[in-house]
Design a binder for this molecule. Structure first.
Ligand code: TYC
Length: 112
């Protein structure tokens, strides 16, 4: 890990080293974030998409309807932004749930 040191060089009267290290600051890097996208199709029922948004993304009913309609009209929408691991889990959950119900709903992720 890269450390930033602020030092004050100094000598005592008898010449010995009196350098004082006043602080260390570990450099931190925020992990990259990923957008989870829901894609429109002609077959998945609107109520199913609303249910997916409530179940896997914690949206209330009004928010879920709003995002579902955005996807329906615009072709896709961002449904959330997460760490890589969480985004991957959401995509897998949605794709598995859609496949189990034989709907062609597609969910993907992309780096922000
Ligand atoms: N277009 C679909 C319909 O008319 C509804 C739909 C909305 C499907 C959002 C997918 O991600 C989606 N039944």
């Amino acid at each position: 890990m890269t450390m930033t040191f602020t030092t004050i060089a100094g000598k005592t009267d008898d010449g010995t080293d009196a350098t004082v290290v006043t602080k260390t600051r570990p450099e931190t890097r925020r992990p990259p974030l990923y957008k989870v996208l829901l894609l429109n199709d002609d077959y998945t029922p609107m109520e199913f998409v609303v249910h997916v948004l409530e179940r896997f993304f914690g949206l209330n009913h009004a928010q879920a309807v709003e995002i579902m309609l955005t996807v329906h009209k615009k072709g896709l929408a961002v449904v959330g932004v997460f760490s890589h691991e969480i985004a991957e889990t959401k995509v897998t959950q949605v794709m598995d749930f859609a496949r189990r119900h034989q709907h062609p709903l597609q969910c993907t992720m992309e780096k922000e």
